[in-house]
Design a binder for this molecule. Structure first.
Ligand code: DLL
Length: 435
């Protein structure tokens, strides 16, 4: 099923021709409407005429989150406030948020690309879908809300928090789908069980998850807990919010809405483009945004592109699930460690649950990684030999996968923090403790 078959199955050559035309137009638009880009492009000697092929995009300087923050709140807007109809902002916890504006056409484009990913994920007008993302400046809730309404699904704007109420609504309304972060879907399942419900008490068949990564193992656990089919979708507030990319039901990568977003993969250290199929930092240039255009935005997310057509019929390039962020990659004793690798290891251990926490400390000159995981059966804490066996086995698996030694701490069930939005599982105390 497609939301817009003509666009979603367009031959590659045509997509690329459309992207080139739109890219040139966007360079011109930024040059003429945003003083910051006028300066940047002029300094780099780039004009729309100089862009002859898509790979000429590499001559355009990249834009970073710092550039956006330096122009807080509206300094990079390309339209006067009379044409702006919505404002959102990033959920950033440090520094000033990044503020994003939308014109009416931007909102239309946004709901369109979200509608596409919802249909690709298997949602239909028959579905009743509960949105358990926080409504507000965060783009997740309103983004999915308008996309789902556009396809005719019934939306329950539950927002996040008050998890018992969320569970009651899911059950009483007979929701067929949930929109949330994967970690919150897991937490809701835990609360549902504590309330005495079984998965048969619910009708949820689809999980439209995004806004944070989750390993395949974590996803399988959520699917088993709820008896649903989960897909992943990707976006970020600076780009529109959700809607940049989403999985179809074949789940072989997330289809990027390439008529609106041009994706590249670069080496995050040299900023050089990487050959197709290599993993690196994802750079996105929105091609049609009016209020808040961006050229070559550094997402800091690590992924890989695949431009082969998908067996579902879609021709738009697919991006791999996000491996991590260049800024959440932990460097421990010189070794690159992604929290997602640790998550996969823990979920392969039957005695521990899906909630975990990573603590990194510096002791002397040595980095120490502590992995805290929750036991499923608290009785194990009384049996020293069992406890030691589980610990040893996790330590060994982490050693094999990461190549480093970690301290493994097993705690009682429900000891670690739960999250209603994006999970924060890493505590890097190295700088704080060294002061
Ligand atoms: O999280 C937008 C969104 C909402 C996407 C709902 C999907 C669903 P921000 O708060 O600006 O926007 O955070 C963007 O979240 O750079 C990624 O690091 C991470 N992220 C988003 N989707 C995924 C995903 C929204 N599917 C940042 N997998 C991005 C992994 C994701 N990470």
């Amino acid at each position: 099923m497609f939301f817009n078959k003509e666009i979603e199955t367009m031959p590659r050559k045509e997509i690329e021709a459309l992207q080139l035309e739109r890219l040139k137009r966007m360079v011109d638009y930024c040059m003429n409407n945003v003083p910051f880009y006028h300066d940047r492009l002029t300094k780099a000697g780039v004009t729309a005429d100089k862009i002859k092929t898509l790979s000429d995009i590499q001559y355009i300087p990249v834009t970073t989150k710092e550039d956006i923050r330096d122009h807080y709140p509206f300094g990079l807007f390309a339209q006067p406030m009379k044409n702006i109809v919505r404002i959102h902002a990033s959920s950033g916890t440090t520094g000033k948020p990044t503020v994003v504006g939308y014109t009416k056409r931007d909102l239309d484009m946004w709901s369109d690309v979200v509608a596409r990913l919802c249909v690709a994920a298997g949602a239909t007008e028959e579905d009743l879908i509960q949105i358990s993302f926080g409504y507000g400046l965060f783009t997740g809730a309103l983004g999915l809300h308008y996309g789902l309404e556009k396809i005719g699904a019934a939306v329950v704007p539950a927002s996040s928090g008050n998890t018992e109420k969320q569970v009651t609504l899911l059950k009483d309304f007979g929701a067929t789908g949930i929109v949330s972060t994967p970690s919150y879907a897991m937490y809701m399942a835990e609360v549902a069980r504590d309330m005495g419900f079984k998965k048969e008490d619910f009708k949820v068949r689809l999980g439209l998850f995004g806004s944070e990564g989750c390993s395949d193992e974590f996803r399988t656990e959520i699917e088993n807990e709820w008896g649903l089919f989960a897909t992943d979708n990707y976006g970020m507030s600076e780009l529109v919010g959700p809607g940049v990319a989403g999985e179809c039901t074949l789940r072989q990568g997330m289809h990027i809405a390439e008529d609106h977003f041009l994706a590249e993969i670069i080496d995050p250290n040299t900023l050089e483009p990487l050959p197709e199929g290599e993993q690196g930092e994802l750079i996105i240039t929105p091609l049609t945004k009016e209020a808040f255009p961006l050229l070559r935005y550094r997402t800091k997310d690590i992924s890989r592109l695949n431009k082969e057509p998908c067996a579902c019929g879609r021709t738009h390039a697919r991006m791999d699930k996000i491996k991590g962020r260049t800024d959440d990659m932990l460097k421990i004793r010189g070794v690159n460690v992604f929290p997602s690798q640790i998550e996969s290891v823990l979920l392969g251990v039957p005695q521990v649950g899906p909630n975990y926490q990573l603590v990194v400390r510096r002791e002397g000159v040595m980095d120490k990684l502590e992995v805290k995981a929750e036991l499923i059966d608290p009785a194990v804490l009384e049996k020293y030999a069992d406890l030691e066996n589980i610990q040893r086995s996790i330590k060994h698996k982490l050693q094999v996968v990461l190549g480093i030694d970690a301290k493994v701490t097993l705690v009682e069930p429900k000891q670690l923090e739960r999250f209603v939005g994006k999970a924060k599982r890493v505590m890097d105390l190295r700088n704080e403790e060294g002061k």
